[in-house]
Design a protein around this ligand. Structure first.
Ligand code: CP
Ligand code: NVA
Length: 305
């Protein structure tokens, strides 16, 4: 029984294997084939925060694999009706895998400790590993071999950035982050990333132009994540010089692509011109959430070794 709580749960060989499974399933999907790898398997989705991509791509992906998916609403009383331990013990009796999106990473860790089925992180305040897997898979589709390429992160050192950092370390990409000083990774995060991805070549700067110069990917995310809504105005000011616009993108290599995990706040971290422009791959990226998660499910649930 394997979990995906953070990318620390996968080694480099496993990441590569999941990408191969993803590639195969995506090619089949495009030909109209739905390979029934998980018949009779059941997924539960438990979400404390809003979601379009994660929720729908997991449900659709599981159904395409011949399994079933059920979205658990507030009536299951997660965190309110009984202990997280009791909740995990019992839910594990009914389903094969639980996809969880919670406010606090510790809640997910506590739940996973008490589950006897697989648990997948569908986003916490600390990590978003499924996003990072789909994003690295997307870059692999675009550039082929990932090793040695540079990934530029412009903006907040948040859950997505933490997962991408570990992912870059696993696949041999360099990462350069441009973030205002007060929003950079704290020591705990840096130590965690270093532990999980000791080979990662990570540069942290406050200069977005320096960050994009050698990058094949220029990536951003919202400046205020879910749960930070009350900091939105302050963050808008703090990050004002970190918008990805045509001028900043003009400093990147000619073939560089723009990526964003979405949802985007157009006019804040990215302009319409960039997100709708020829370098943007955000739709391909969002589509790959489903394909990469099908790869993750097939691998985690043992349908593909
Ligand atoms: N990128 C992402 O996880 O989107 P949702 O919040 O819509 O799931
Ligand atoms: N950092 C964002 C990602 C959303 C997919 C958030 O946590 O809200």
């Amino acid at each position: 029984m394997r979990n995906l709580i953070t990318l620390a749960d996968f080694d480099a060989v496993e990441v590569d294997r999941i990408f191969s499974i993803t590639e195969d399933l995506k090619a089949k999907y495009r030909k109209g084939l739905r390979e029934s790898l998980l018949p009779g398997r059941v997924m539960a989705l438990l979400f404390e925060k809003q979601s379009l991509r994660t929720r729908v791509s997991f449900e659709a992906g599981m159904i395409q694999l011949g399994g079933n998916a059920m979205f658990l609403g507030p009536e299951v009383g997660f965190g309110r009706r009984e202990s997280i331990a009791d909740f995990g013990h019992v839910l594990s009796q009914y389903v094969d895998v639980i996809v969880v999106r919670v406010n606090r990473h510790e809640t997910l860790q506590e739940l996973a400790k008490h589950c006897t089925c697989s648990v997948i992180n569908g986003l916490t305040d600390y990590a978003h590993p499924c996003q990072a897997m789909a994003d690295l898979y997307t870059i692999r589709e675009l550039v082929g071999r990932l090793e040695g390429h540079t990934f530029a992160w412009i903006g907040d050192a948040n859950n997505v950035a933490r997962s991408i950092a570990v992912g870059c370390g696993k696949v041999g990409m360099k990462m350069i982050m441009a973030t205002p000083e007060k929003h950079q990774f704290d020591d705990e995060s840096l130590e965690w990333i270093k532990r999980q991805a000791p080979d990662l070549d990570l540069t942290i700067t406050t200069d977005p132009v320096e960050a994009v110069r050698d990058a094949v990917v220029v990536y951003t995310d919202v400046w205020a994540s879910m749960g930070q809504e009350n900091e939105r105005e302050v963050r808008r000011r703090d990050f004002a010089d970190y918008q990805i616009n045509a001028k900043l993108l003009s400093h990147a290599q000619k073939g560089a692509v723009f990526m964003h995990c979405l949802p985007a706040r157009r006019g804040e971290e990215v302009t319409d011109e960039v997100i709708d422009g020829p370098q943007s791959v955000v739709v391909q990226q969002a589509a790959n959430r489903m394909h990469a998660q099908k790869g993750i499910l097939a691998w985690l649930l043992g349908a593909k070794g």
